[in-house]
Design a binder for this molecule. Sequence first.
Ligand code: USQ
Length: 391
Amino acid sequence: MRVFIAGADGYLGWSLTQYLAGRGHTVVGADALLRRLWVSEMGSTSAVPIASIDDRLAAFREHCGYRLRFFTLDLRDHRALCAALAEFQPEAVVHLAECPSAPYSMIDFKHAEFVQANNVSGTLSLLFAMRDHCPEAHLVKLGTMGEYGTPNLDIPEGFFEVEYRGRRDRLPFPRQAGSWYHWSKVFDSHNVSYACQLWGLRATDIMQGVVYGLGTSTDVRLNTRLDFDQAFGTALNRFCCQAVIGQPITAYGDGTQRRGFLSLSDSMQCLGLAIENPAEPGEYRVFNQLREVLSVTELAAVVRSAGDALGLTVDIEQLDNPRLEASSHHYRPDSEHLRDLGFRPSAPIEEEVRDMIRGLLPHRNRIHRYADQLMPTVRWRQSPSVPEETR
Ligand code: USQ
């Protein structure tokens, strides 16, 4: 299959590029290389060394057997995006090209506005470009489980049957996001769904949980990044980095908040299944993509016991929660669609975490140098630092 991956230089994107090439697909990549800049803006770097895009492309050619066509391209550059899609004529378009950080979007107005404009306009540009240049292609769009928030109900996959005043309908399940970033994903979901209705595009919207795991290779140029700073590091990746440098795990609040998690390799398997089993023309379908639900306290305990087994002393520190989020809440999302397509989770989380810590140990000094960036300073309810009239 011809697959266009927008966001091919990111944590998921660079892994997916290699995964799909390994399954015999012809991949084309596009990326504006912004993730590298955002992480440096946060004063941090990837825990494992990553190569420049040129070196990545050279390594891809050596290991994957063909030259990867790559467009340095911002999705909001509509003309350039149209030209790329018109030339490549993809059968599937994977959209991972967004700013993925809740804390980054909560820094201030400038960052909130950037994240929403970048994500929502980029998606809209892609929808119009697909309509005009590859209307038969299947869009696989990365959304987030965070779109749903933490309702006191089980969470279906996108839609639910509801009865109200004696009438029934199948409606989108309510979205109750918890950051400006997560709201940008909600707006995207509505736009993608509307484009399917309006133009007959086909799309799978992936509500993905929190991803963890190392994507390293014997050729360092094929490594995918692993971030650990307060904005771009996901919880478990941060906890493992903390464990290897002997810093206490930063568990926010009372640690009872629960989320869905899955490993990087499970995420690849799921995205592959969605791509290889496309939606029908005009269909907008939603997959909840997660493997298991754990609380922050349970997550920290997994890291502590993996650390113990490797001779590390791992402490857990409960910090005042910088975010506004529910604790001790109900959380039971469905995730049957991917299992029905054949998703079989790989190694258990305990094994993945042990492997991740082992893989991070050689990079201990590198993580140490940026250890200050592990502490959260971005708060959801900051006291205003500028006068009201200029905000
Ligand atoms: N947390 C801690 N300590 C930390 C970091 C996080 O206790 O040092 C807690 C948070 O309070 C939160 C949970 O861990 O309750 C998950 O936080 P996270 O930073 O790993 O995840 P989140 O901000 O929700 O965002 C990440 C990705 C995002 C994706 C989302 C999926 O960055 O792109 O959309 O996971 S989900 O969480 O299901 O919405």
